[in-house]
Ligand binder design. Structure first.
Ligand code: C5P
Length: 228
């Protein structure tokens, strides 16, 4: 059984992304293509990383626009058959609902609050108060509008699970094996802790793709996870 890990293929080019995908997909359930790679290569990247692996694709485009435009964008990429597609919950309930209605079987994953935003940064954009309050509020708004998944930091995942209950897929970036370099991630947790706190899918990038042998790194993290 493949581990509940989405490997972030934040590669400089399509060839590297495909190489990493081939190495990790025997061990992990999902590969994630982000905005930078998608913008550089276009939709063809989806088939080249999925290949014949049978892994699911997480298209992390973090859409945020008026409902009609987001619905059109969702329809455009839904034909690529990603398993998950991200939108910003802060686009509002009508926008999330428009994405869900256009998704045609793709699970819409709503990003609550970017982990790069500090309390001061949130305050500056008009979201005063503890970041966790905004996370909870946006999680509940997105799920109420039909989102089937949420993206949140592993340090917020327990509170989000308490807020939305079971049945919503919780996806957490900012995951680092014990002792690994945290790089630019501010609020991290180990894979074991994130799962224990209620995460369903762990987004892990550089600890795997930056290793000398990404396949071996993915296998080792996968083997360390408790079996459900
Ligand atoms: O290399 P690393 O494990 O830090 O990669 C994490 C991935 O998750 C990156 O693709 C990053 O863009 C994404 N992500 C994140 N924090 C969020 C949302 C997405 O780190 N709040």
């Amino acid at each position: 059984m493949r581990a509940p890990i989405a490997v972030a293929l934040d590669a400089p080019d399509a060839e590297t992304a495909a190489l990493w995908a081939r190495a990790v997909t025997p061990h992990v359930a999902v590969v994630k293509v982000g905005l930078e790679l998608f913008c550089r290569t276009g939709p063809s990247i989806v088939d080249s990383v999925r290949g014949g692996s049978g892994a699911d694709l997480f298209l992390d485009l973090k859409l945020h626009d008026i409902p009609n435009t987001v619905a059109g964008a969702v329809r455009s990429v839904a034909r690529l058959r990603p398993r998950y597609l991200t939108v910003h919950a802060s686009g509002g309930a009508d926008m999330v609902r428009a994405a869900v209605d256009a998704a045609d079987g793709v699970t819409i994953a709503a990003v609550t609050v970017l982990t790069s935003l500090s309390a001061e940064g949130l305050d500056a954009v008009g979201l005063a108060g503890p970041p966790l309050d905004a996370v909870r509020r946006l999680a509940s708004l997105a799920v109420g509008a039909g989102a089937g998944a949420l993206v949140c930091s592993p340090q917020e995942v327990a509170a989000v699970r308490a807020e939305v209950g079971p049945g919503v897929v919780l996806i957490t970036p900012g995951v680092r094996p014990a002792g690994a370099d945290v790089q630019d991630q501010a609020r991290v947790a180990t894979p074991e802790q994130a799962l224990a706190d209620g995460a369903d899918l762990l987004v892990i990038g550089r600890p795997i793709t930056g290793a000398a042998d990404p396949g071996a790194a993915a296998a080792s993290i996968a083997a360390s996870l408790p079996r459900s």
